[in-house]
Design a protein around this ligand. Structure first.
Ligand SMILES: NC(=O)c1ccc[n+]([C@@H]2O[C@H](COP(=O)([O-])OP(=O)(O)OC[C@H]3O[C@@H](n4cnc5c(N)ncnc54)[C@H](O)[C@@H]3O)[C@@H](O)[C@H]2O)c1
Length: 374
């Protein structure tokens, strides 16, 4: 059995965790690393070659798949180049900062027949998978409404971090595209969206430039609706996804508070993560009383918490299985056929269009060619 050779672009908080998870497999090896800051130090862990130019890494003969975990703004060129050269690509979320760039990525992968997987890791959470099973069994009837909330407070924000610069990260909406993607995976693509938002509590020097309050409504031709909130101006931290159906409801607690199905005659509790230890580490992540933005979202030299390592293992195990010729699983099909990436970026761009122009926007405004928003 031949070994799959991985190259990493962006060896920071997430990139390191991804390749450490891949390296658990006997038939995987990390051969190449590019990172302008951490490359030399991290490459030694694997005996990998350090590249000074990511394009050379993409072209290297001993790289079968490129893992792109660079800052959000850098993904576009890197994915397109790797795919153009026929390499398989795994790209962290958000894959891009516009629908237009996402189309370029998907088309580049399709043109060369390369595998292109988007890192929407929530699909691999045990609780999300259980919720989808329950919904498929008809446990809550037809979904009529979803509410996703990811609100917290960030104190003094490290404005020098790319994660706090709207032009580099896309701001909360793009950087935390997980909740939007999850709602779309449950309800399908919305017809119209409305978003309001702004920077209401972080206007000082060195505070970064992203909007710290975002509130959006998604409409499905008047038959179903969703509401999504994001932000870092909230003194009451909330993080959950609520799925309301005609026969019952499911709440996915994202703060280590577990998940629950409620119907008139049934209550079922289930964890978001694989083990009690992972669930506890999720609760600890929220209860540490620390709300510094760069600490909350990880820094290049920090290690990911246990719960995140767990879902990254599940996600990279699947990617590695595909690299080995494994079958695409129906529940994860949207991650490799381009549809999850395209739908989430088209919807995010439509939300930005709505906010910018102060109007309800159709997602087709974006897919028909409206300009990029970030
Ligand atoms: N799936 C998740 O839940 C999750 C969580 C955190 C981060 N992420 C994503 O992972 C990616 C990386 O985030 P992170 O938290 O590791 O950030 P980070 O800042 O910790 O690491 C980014 C690394 O990229 C390097 N870098 C800078 N410019 C680069 C370039 N042009 N090309 C390649 N590398 C470059 C930096 O030196 C740094 O080491 C982002 O897309 C982010 O959204 C996903």
């Amino acid at each position: 059995m031949s070994t799959i050779r991985y190259g990493l672009i962006g060896a920071g908080y997430l990139g390191k965790a991804l390749v450490r998870a891949l390296n658990r497999h006997d038939d995987a090896t990390i051969t190449a690393i590019f990172d302008p800051l951490t490359g030399d130090a991290f490459a030694a862990e694997f005996g990998a070659t350090v590249y000074a130019d990511w394009k050379e890494l993409c072209a290297a003969d001993d790289v079968d798949a490129v893992i792109v975990a660079s800052p959000n703004w850098a993904h576009h060129e890197q994915v397109v180049e790797a795919a153009r050269l026929g390499k398989a690509v795994f790209c962290e979320k958000p894959v891009a900062l516009s629908y237009e760039h996402t189309v370029n990525m998907v088309e580049a992968a399709q043109a060369s027949g390369s595998l292109f997987m988007v890192g929407h890791v929530t699909h691999f959470m045990s609780g999300v998978r259980r919720a989808k099973e329950l919904i498929a069994e008809g446990a809550i009837g037809d979904i009529v409404f979803c509410r996703a909330v990811r609100n917290t407070w960030e104190g003094q924000r490290d404005g020098s971090s790319w994660k706090k610069q709207q032009a580099l990260s896309g701001g909360h909406l793009y950087h935390h595209i997980h909740e939007l993607d999850l709602v779309l995976s449950l309800l399908g693509e919305a017809s119209t969206v409305t978003m309001v938002g702004g920077n209401v509590a972080h206007r000082g020097v060195g505070e970064g430039s992203e909007d710290d309050v975002l509130a959006a409504l998604l409409e499905y031709d008047g038959t179903r609706f969703a509401a999504i909130e994001y932000g870092s101006a909230f003194r009451w931290t909330e993080h959950y996804v609520l799925i309301e159906g005609t026969q019952g409801a499911i709440r996915l607690g994202m703060q280590g508070d577990g998940c629950e199905l409620r119907t008139p005659d049934r209550v079922e509790r289930f964890p978001l993560h694989r083990t009690p230890e992972e669930e506890e580490s999720r609760a600890a992540f929220y209860n540490r009383g620390e709300r510094d933005a760069s600490a909350l979202f990880g820094t290049p030299n920090a290690d990911v918490p246990l719960w995140m390592a767990g879902i990254l293992e599940e996600e990279t195990d699947y990617f590695h299985a595909l690299m080995r010729g494994g079958e695409v699983r129906e529940e994860f099909r949207s991650l490799t056929d381009g549809s999850a990436a395209l739908a989430s970026l088209a919807t995010a761009d439509a939300m930005m269009l709505s906010q910018r122009e102060g109007r309800k926007a159709a997602v087709t405004d974006i897919t028909a060619g409206a300009p990029a928003n970030v």
